[in-house]
Design a binder for this molecule. Structure first.
Ligand code: PLP
Length: 387
């Protein structure tokens, strides 16, 4: 069989198992309502939790930067690329997280890939939560350290793995999401942090979905529970409404990352415009207490409303609501039916989640109005009868 036919066969296999993904086409900016094929629908699947992706102050900061800094960063930071905008963003985010230093990356994916690989290698160990984000898993693999996967959110399993294996490695790093993006549940950070300390391991916490939403001034779950991890990963494409990511840590750790992280060294620096947009977003996020409350109360209303209709929505307190369906086909059919009713909710299928646990994943935004939350619940109510 020729290469092209093999590729087509792989695609047909995906389609046959209900796993073929074809992104919808959105016109105009991201917001509580988006245009799909020219038709306005309520968006309940973005990570634009605070509605900042189209905020005028952030747009203005990006526009001003375009005139001052131009568009491109021209090369890797290590060659020509460290511009004022990058430095200023790094110090702003380090200060925000009360860390001595920070490094800016083009994406959260790149940050996780490079950070783990920069800090541990062959002869070292990583201890990783079973449901960590794909970018953390890929970072662990790229590092070639020995990987020990502990049961999801289980300090006792982490402890027994540390007891059994810690002495076999030189450096060790414990790696976890803070707010898990597919279930909306949080990691037991206090217990994990004390285990990491007891076994002389570093702790990396990925706050992608928690930053901007949880903790004082939106400083994340670690700040909320009073834990100071060795490394915090924050992404700028979610609550901050921009793009990019940073790693906040000690001076020494950040220096090693800047020297060794392949996704930092061997890539063009992010456009300075994005760094300045991120600084503007940070100003807004810090003071967004009202928006955070609105977001969490929308999530509470959705959770209660859908449960009352008989949908399987697990307990939770975050802005992320999984509605467990099970089968891939049925999940995607329900997602399509909701879209027909003007409500955009994405179905999440394997390999993003485990086989047999396909789900609809709802994420409200602080900028939804209460009647829009009610309309989403009504759309689900009409599904129950239409099924
Ligand atoms: C989204 C996400 C990332 C990747 O961030 P991007 O900036 O979108 O590349 C990393 N980690 C977690 C936990 C995420 O949810």
């Amino acid at each position: 069989m020729g290469f092209e036919s093999q590729i087509k066969e792989a695609l047909s296999e995906l389609e046959a198992s209900g796993l073929l993904r074809t992104p919808l086409r959105i016109s105009g900016p991201q917001g509580p309502e988006v245009l799909i094929d020219g038709k306005p629908v309520l968006c309940f699947c973005s990570n634009n939790y605070l509605g900042l992706a189209n905020h005028p102050a952030i747009v203005a900061a990006a526009e001003a930067s375009l005139r001052i800094d131009g568009v491109g960063a021209s090369a890797s930071r290590l060659i020509t690329g460290t511009m004022d905008a990058h430095r200023e963003a790094e110090s702003a985010f380090a200060e925000f997280l009360r860390a001595p230093s920070a490094a800016l990356f083009s994406t959260g994916y790149a940050a996780n890939l490079g950070t783990i690989q920069a800090l541990v290698g062959p002869g070292d160990l990583v201890f990783s939560d079973a449901l960590n984000h794909a970018s953390l898993i890929d970072g662990c693999r790229l590092s070639r350290a020995r990987i020990h996967v502990y049961a999801h959110r289980s300090p006792s399993d982490l402890e027994s793995l540390l007891e059994r294996h810690r002495a076999k490695g030189r450096r060790a790093l414990v790696v976890t999401d803070s707010l898990f993006s597919m279930d909306g549940v949080t990691a037991p950070l206090a217990e994990i942090a004390s285990l990491a300390r007891a076994f002389d391991a570093g702790l990396l916490v990925d706050e992608a979905h928690a930053l901007g939403v949880l903790g004082p001034n939106g400083r994340g779950l670690a700040a909320a529970v009073g834990v100071q991890p060795d490394l915090v990963i924050g992404t700028l494409g979610k609550s901050f409404g921009v793009a990019g990511a940073f790693v906040a840590a000690s001076e020494a750790t950040v220096s090693l990352i800047r020297n060794r992280a392949r996704s930092f060294v061997y890539t063009t620096a992010p456009p300075p415009m994005l760094a300045r947009a991120a600084i503007a977003a940070l100003e807004l996020v810090r003071d967004a207490e009202d928006a955070r409350q609105t977001l969490l109360s929308h999530a509470g209303a959705l959770r209660a409303g859908l449960r009352k209709l008989g949908f399987d929505v697990p307990d939770g307190e975050s802005q992320i609501l999984p509605v467990l369906i099970g089968e891939n086909d049925r999940t995607m059919r329900l997602s399509a039916e909701l879209l027909e009713r003007g409500v955009f909710v994405q179905g999440i299928r394997p390999p993003t989640v485990a086989q047999g646990t396909a789900r609809l994943r709802l994420t409200p935004m602080a900028t939804h109005r209460p009647e829009q939350i009610a309309r989403a619940i009504d759309a689900f109510a009409s599904l129950r009868t239409a099924r």
